[in-house]
Design a protein around this ligand. Structure first.
Ligand code: GLY
Ligand code: MN
Ligand code: MN
Length: 435
């Protein structure tokens, strides 16, 4: 998207936020809310910090993910006041306000020392990674749940600006995925695949929205595999890459799985089976559908895939009922996506308060009815996870599983195919470029 068009969408996004915050603050009886960007924390006993990402509600207004020690004061009917922290520092490059039109939406005060600003008279809340001492000094309520929940809700239905950012994050991430596949085809190690991904998607490792998962062979069956082998594998059965990108704060979260030189035909066919299951699920996305029902449909169709490939000897329904599909796919079908990869407010009661995961789907992060403006992931999977399959081996359920085929598939680890989809008034829009 052209810069001017994005700037115009951003202006509309900020105007919509002005109105929405005014409504929420009035409803909850606050004079205003102070949002804190957050800051990087030092390791214990050390002067080095972990990598840092700003607070989602701060980034909802300010499109920068690594701004620290900055504050944003929102009061109904007044211009947002941005306390921009730019220390006098010759060790580091102080942050500079970008030369972009959105800056004019704010009154900006520069601060050189970390620490909170003072608040005018009234009832204020302060939201973010703030300690109780600072909140007391401000005279503000610290992270009140009802207000946080109401502001979370404003992030559920994305504005056209946010959808444009999520689409751009997907475009960048997808370039990384193409490079990752090339590196795998060239026989490279997990670390080299990760470096190829970062180079092609033009980002440093600390800027990714979550640690990229680059799993070769059995590592593809570790859902959030966190290492990068530095040696290429002897045999090459599979590669699973779950990797994203952050654009103006907004996250992409894409997964692809590829067969390797030593991949079994069964495994390649299963990749196609999971991909086509994913495409069918995406095709049916539209407002009014329950995501919990979509997740249950994923399990039923995964059961059909298992039965069709003779991984189970029972019916699809029996595979679901006995928990076999959950052993092969223990995560949820997907989650909301936005300023956080697992975005806020995926499970809510009718009155808006947070809801726990359903007892029989403990890992499902999104159970809401779909609405236009939501952006979510669709990520069915199939894995051979010994820890989850072993308990089935010696009971009645185990007789329905083709253990010889499971053994053959085990060196491939697993499969996940994940796209990012916006719900539109009459259907959906897949933000992830096609393969
Ligand atoms: N990358 C983490 C997830 O797919 O939820
Ligand atoms: Mn995901
Ligand atoms: Mn993912």
């Amino acid at each position: 998207m052209k810069t001017a068009a994005l700037a115009s969408l951003h202006r509309e996004h900020l105007a919509a936020l002005d109105h929405a915050y005014e409504r929420v603050l009035n409803e909850h009886g606050y004079t205003g809310v102070l949002l804190y960007s957050g800051h990087a924390h030092e390791h214990f006993g050390d002067d080095q910090t972990a990598s840092f990402t700003g607070y989602g509600h701060f980034m909802h207004w300010v499109p920068l993910a690594v701004i620290e020690h900055s504050w944003l004061l929102i009061r109904p009917g007044q211009r947002p006041l941005l306390y921009w922290h730019a220390p006098q520092d010759f060790w580091h490059l102080p942050p500079e306000l970008p030369d972009e039109p959105w800056v004019k939406h704010f009154t900006v005060e520069l601060t050189t020392e970390p620490g909170s600003p003072s608040l005018p008279k009234g009832r204020f809340a302060v939201l973010g990674d703030v300690d109780s001492e600072t909140a007391a000094k401000l005279g503000a309520e610290l992270n009140p749940e009802a207000l946080t929940v109401a502001l979370d809700e404003l992030r559920v239905r994305k504005t056209p600006y946010e959808v444009a950012c999520l689409r751009e994050a997907n475009t960048c991430a997808f370039a990384g995925h193409l490079a990752a596949r090339e590196a795998f085809d060239a026989g490279e190690a997990e670390l080299d695949i990760q470096l190829a991904y970062l180079a092609a998607s033009r980002q440093r490792e600390s800027a990714v929205p979550y640690q990229n998962i680059v799993g070769i062979n059995r590592h593809a069956g570790v859902l959030h595999y966190q290492h990068y082998d530095i040696q290429p594998p002897q045999n090459q059965c599979s590669l699973l890459v779950d990797a994203g990108h952050r654009y103006r704060g907004y996250c992409a979260d894409i997964t692809r799985t590829w067969p390797g030189r030593e991949s079994s035909e069964h495994f390649s066919a299963l990749i196609e089976g999971v991909s086509s299951l994913q495409r069918r699920l995406i095709e049916s996305l539209a407002p009014g559908h329950s995501y919990l029902t979509m997740h249950e449909r994923m399990h039923r169709e995964l059961g059909e895939l298992l039965a069709g490939h003779e991984i189970v000897y029972c019916s699809a329904d029996a595979a679901v009922a006995q928990g076999i599909t959950r052993a092969f796919c223990p995560h949820g079908l997907g989650h909301l996506l936005g300023l956080q990869v697992h975005d806020v407010a995926g499970r809510r009661r009718a009155d808006g308060t947070p809801l726990p995961a359903p007892a029989n789907h403990p890992a499902l992060r999104l159970t809401r009815e779909l609405e236009a403006g939501m952006v979510l992931t669709v990520e069915p999977g199939f894995y051979v996870i010994p820890m989850l399959l072993a308990p089935l081996h010696d009971n009645a359920t185990g007789r329905d599983i083709n253990w010889a085929l499971v053994e053959e598939l085990a060196p491939h680890g697993g499969i996940r195919i994940e796209d990012n989809v916006a719900i539109t008034p009459d259907g959906h829009d897949n933000l992830t470029p096609g393969d």
